[in-house]
Write a protein that binds this ligand. Structure first.
Ligand SMILES: NC(=O)c1ccc[n+]([C@@H]2O[C@H](COP(=O)([O-])OP(=O)(O)OC[C@H]3O[C@@H](n4cnc5c(N)ncnc54)[C@H](O)[C@@H]3O)[C@@H](O)[C@H]2O)c1
Length: 269
């Protein structure tokens, strides 16, 4: 029988080393804040090093635990190795990996090029695979298990026009989550996914703007989304970060291979 932990103990991530890909801004930045607030030391791995550094400084200032930034491309297996190595050197271990980096450019199916398909699949799916592999190797060496949390999307569960390439990549992320959960369970590495709905980030604003030029205004598109939301508001990055924190915490000790939907009820409508 394990000892019953208090709520504070369940959510205490002190002494853990975490990696958040795409952590410079958006959902990843909020995840870095929450993990850090819970005591984890966080490596922010992003292609935008300047912004990642600024975020790391703010996280350190606000949460008090050390956050660092490293330039890394989510689609590069070599960068995955580099990030895990740097994290072990800086924090002593990699205990938590959040595969958050992802892109979601809209494109009508009939006009989608091989180049766009390859770029989306490389960052969203191949990246999650190889970052998980590099992290899991360190977690196994460390011998104390670990957590891998992948950012999927409701677009993996429900079709969306002009997002066939993206939906396919995120459906792949869900299957990857389940496969890794099974294969890494003997090592006590728990692998779960979060599937956000519409979350207000710069990325989503940019996409709405891009689509607006094709006929509708940004506001019209956002209103369309919001009308479909049972909870009556789009999500915030912190709505997703709290779900990631839960999956990284002792409160999720018996969960692996799960997909947590964080969508304000969108899939119900
Ligand atoms: N915002 C939403 O509504 C929404 C909904 C469902 C799922 N998601 C998923 O959540 C994740 C984060 O989305 P967001 O809206 O915060 O995105 P965002 O565009 O606001 O921020 C993405 C971050 O990833 C970084 N990045 C981009 N390409 C990278 C690469 N190749 N390597 C490393 N870093 C890279 C960017 O520099 C940026 O810091 C993505 O996986 C996205 O698919 C977002």
């Amino acid at each position: 029988m394990t000892t019953r932990q208090t709520i504070a103990q369940l959510f205490d991530l002190s002494g853990r080393g975490a990696v958040v890909t795409g952590g410079a801004m958006g959902i990843g930045r909020s995840i870095a804040y929450r993990l850090s607030e819970a005591g984890a030391q966080v490596m922010i791995a992003d292609i935008d090093l300047d912004t990642a550094r600024q975020t790391a400084e703010k996280v350190t200032e606000r949460a008090g635990t050390r956050a660092l930034a490293i330039r890394a491309d989510a689609s590069s297996p070599a960068d995955a190795e580099k990030v895990m190595q740097a994290t072990v050197e800086a924090f002593g271990s990699v205990d938590i990996l959040v595969n958050n980096a992802g892109i979601y450019p809209t494109s009508p199916f009939l006009q989608t090029t091989e180049q766009l398909w390859d770029r989306v699949l490389s960052i969203n799916l191949k990246g999650a695979f190889f970052y998980a592999q590099a992290a899991a190797r360190r977690m196994i060496e460390g011998g104390r298990g670990g957590r891998i949390i992948n950012l999927a999307s409701i677009d993996a569960l429900h079709p969306h026009v002009e997002l066939a390439h993206y939906g396919s990549s995120k459906a792949g992320v869900i299957m990857l989550t389940k496969d890794l959960a099974l294969e890494l369970a003997p090592h006590q590495i728990l692998v779960n996914a979060v599937a956000p709905g519409t979350i207000m980030t710069r990325g989503i604003g940019g996409e709405a703007q891009a689509r607006a030029s094709a006929g509708k205004s940004t506001q019209e598109l956002m209103d369309e989304f919001i009308r479909r939301l049972p909870l009556g508001r789009p999500g915030t990055p912190d709505d997703v970060a709290k779900a990631v924190l839960f999956l990284a915490s002792g409160a999720a000790d018996y969960m692996t291979g799960s997909v947590l939907v964080v969508d304000g009820g969108y899939l119900l409508s």
